[in-house]
Design a protein around this ligand. Structure first.
Ligand SMILES: [Zn+2]
Length: 503
């Protein structure tokens, strides 16, 4: 097999030719994103000032309680102190007048125990939040469980709960009988399931219990005024849904340059409810973009029998079936594909047969398409290299990897988007980056220039099922009307990107 590349540039300067490619993180219409960021910063600053003020007030109340002269706070006298208004902060029924204020309890953090109520048969039920506990076991101890119980529960929950991901809002619920014996324990960390630990005399055993979720198919729609992200949020969707448009239609639209004020979109999505309470959005089922420049695009989520779900176009082909042009999350393109590059070290024309994505060591690298591994291991200046053979005479190459994923070795079949390794700086490399090379018929081609063609069409039986799903979704989409963009609509936030289009 030919060597995908023989050397690497020195830590390259940001290349003016490179520009952000469409990805989930790509800012849409940059001005709007900047404004949002500025708003966020201002909000956090206000929050910070409020927090400092509150802390100062709390400090003063505490200090003033110790001192005999509370009217002279020793520090921070310039900060307006709301506590000087005794009426606003007096306890409901003061037993006696006390101008220093006997309201110190106001400064105490509220008790974390949310509820202790008698349960059936004289048992006591306790519900506590994880709060600011430093770990799972400390949280259990704080909730009122004994050390022995906490150890056993932690052991029983090890495989079904990721202790590092405990959140302050997680709830710890347990019951004891009259004698104080632990009857039940639950840890509520997710909206659709919780951890239950049972104790049958001697042993503790844990399981994850699914909570029934009601899913309503809803349609959300909107019109773009300043950016797709803003319009998506205004429609009551999440920020990630904007990313979904960008990812799915990456090969057809460059949202950074082709999105226009007046463009419209519709989304069919599961809205999820637990116990009648809305918990958020689930799977998106269909998306539609109606653009002045981009045209009308629709994509449908479909899960073929026994295969992972994916986005399909109206023709029944997987939309993203072609290539991942970007096989890892990257900071910048440190060196583009350039067959006539002047090598920075060798000082002669030396082709750069791929694209360098600068990214932190350890960043996951994904297979760009389905295929078979043909090389996985060290290979000279490439460092740790993975090569994959794909359909239609293509091969892809991933050099300088830090790690190669377990099980990735020659002969193994991989799927598109499968984790194959992590970014590193092995071999002839001056900094952590992924060198991504692509060959067609044995010749290197620019991975950024290869058209992201559609994937294979669904097989016959699946195609019929898909068409039924699509008909249902089309009906849903069309149940909500959107204003079609008029070419005359004056774009408010037009931002022309570079003239060379990728697609
Ligand atoms: Zn390279």
């Amino acid at each position: 097999m030919a060597q995908p590349e023989s050397n690497e540039p020195a830590a390259a300067e940001p290349d003016p030719l490179s520009r952000p490619l469409p990805s989930v993180d790509m800012p849409l219409l940059r001005g709007q994103v900047r404004a949002a960021r500025a708003r966020r910063v201002a909000f956090l600053a206000m929050l910070g000032v409020a927090a400092v003020g509150f802390a100062a007030w709390g400090l003063w109340r505490t200090v003033s309680a110790w001192l005999d002269e509370p009217e002279e706070p020793p520090v921070l006298a310039s900060i307006p102190l709301p506590a000087k208004d005794p009426e606003a902060y007096a306890p409901p029924e003061p037993e006696f007048e006390d101008e220093t204020g006997d309201d110190l309890s106001v400064d105490e953090p509220g008790p974390e125990v949310v509820e202790i109520a008698p349960a059936e048969g004289g048992a006591a039920r306790s519900e506590t939040t994880f709060g600011q506990s430093l770990g799972f076991r400390p949280a259990l101890l704080r909730a009122g469980l004994s050390n022995d119980e906490a150890i056993e529960i932690e052991r029983a929950a090890t495989d079904i709960l990721d202790f590092r991901r405990c959140q302050p809002s997680d709830r710890i619920v347990f019951e004891r009988d009259e004698a104080g014996k632990l009857l039940s324990f639950e840890y509520h960390d997710e909206t659709t399931s919780y951890v239950k630990v049972s104790h049958d005399g001697e042993t503790y055993s844990g399981e994850r219990v699914e909570i029934p979720v009601r899913r309503d198919l809803v349609v959300r729609s909107g019109t773009i005024r300043t950016s797709l992200g803003e319009a998506v949020m205004a429609a009551g969707l999440d920020r990630t849904h904007a990313g979904l448009f960008v990812e799915t239609f990456d090969s057809k639209v460059n949202f950074a340059t082709q999105a226009r004020a007046g463009d419209a979109f519709r989304v069919v999505v599961d809205e999820e409810f637990v116990d009648g309470r809305r918990v958020g959005y689930g799977q998106v089922r269909a998306i539609e973009y109606i653009g002045e420049r981009a045209g009308t695009l629709r994509a449908f989520w479909f899960e073929p029998n026994g295969r992972r779900g994916d986005w399909y176009g109206e023709d029944g082909r997987a939309i993203r079936g072609g290539w991942l042009r970007i096989p890892c999350r990257y900071d910048r393109i440190s060196s583009p594909f350039d067959p006539r590059r002047m090598h920075p070290i060798l000082r002669r024309i030396h082709p750069h047969n791929g694209v360098d994505f600068a990214a932190a060591t350890g960043t996951p690298v994904y297979a760009a398409a389905d295929g078979e591994i043909t090389w996985a291991g060290p290979k000279g200046p490439n460092g740790n290299l993975i090569s994959i053979r794909h359909a239609d005479g293509y091969t892809s190459h991933y050099a300088h990897l830090h790690r190669i994923q377990r099980g990735i070795r020659p002969g193994v079949e991989v799927e598109q988007r499968q984790l194959i390794g992590t970014v590193g700086t092995t071999g002839r490399s001056t900094g952590p980056h992924l060198h991504f090379g692509l060959k067609r018929g044995g010749r290197f081609v620019d991975p950024m220039a290869v058209i992201n063609g559609p994937g294979p069409r669904l097989p016959g039986g699946q195609l019929a099922t898909f068409r039924r799903v699509m008909a249902e979704m089309n009906e849903k989409l069309e149940s909500v009307s959107v204003r079609a963009p008029t070419p005359a609509a004056a774009p408010e936030a037009r931002e022309e990107g570079p003239s060379e289009a990728l697609d």
